[in-house]
Design a protein around this ligand. Sequence first.
Ligand code: PGA
Length: 270
Amino acid sequence: MSKIHKERRIPFVVANWKINKLQSDVMDFLEKVNEKVPGEKVVETGIAAQDLFLADMVRATADSPIHIVAENVHWEDNGAYTGETSPKALKDVGAKYVLIGHFERRKFFNETDSTVNLKVTAALRNGLRPIIDVDEDMSTYAQFMDAQPSVAQVSAALAGVSVDQIRKVTIAYEPTWAIGSGEAASADQAQKAAYLIRQTLAKLYSPVIAEQVRILYGGSVTPNNAREIMSQEDIDGVLVGTAALDPDKFLQLVEIAKDPSVPNFDIDHV
Ligand code: PGA
């Protein structure tokens, strides 16, 4: 939509480690990046990790602007739900954000639009900020070879989310075919999708509110393609799996997010 609005949204770089790190790796990574990330008014940073590391990560980042992100959450605050994690407990250990509806959860763990919505409202009720993942319909992609985010997923995820609450929500557009494949969407495809998502938010809330919500792109982001993707008008940051397992690449991505318009000659060695 507009450049002026983009400048008012603080860029957001989120690492999604999935189940790829052990405790010792986690602490090594944090030691390397803790003091190097800028303040959250410049670029906000988050790291999503397995629940069992979150409390230690919160302690290890106490003096750093990095926010700790859970990768999933249950929709009930407590009760007989063996193996799940309560949103109340996540808040209690100091997690600030939670990923909800990641493609891998939809694909391997039967996450549906309605469970995503239950989790989004549970997170907000407990003071956690949801990062809602939406992907896209492969048949639409095959047909049009173009980014078509599931607008239906956005609307379903936000049912019952108030105007006040939507400001605490981040949406991440992650085309299914780009996740972990090494083949990111083009900057243009990603922008088109983010624009459609913002238009959906404008219809659900208002154009003014839609301009306040951050929209991320995820799927094979690296320091080499991030600059162009993050320069797009409706893209406010990135959700990064593979590349963000490496502390140097994570720091490079944060550096790019500070000002994606500044060219960089030799990004791999920054
Ligand atoms: P990727 O993962 O960067 O390895 O594609 C992104 C994600 O799953 O969020």
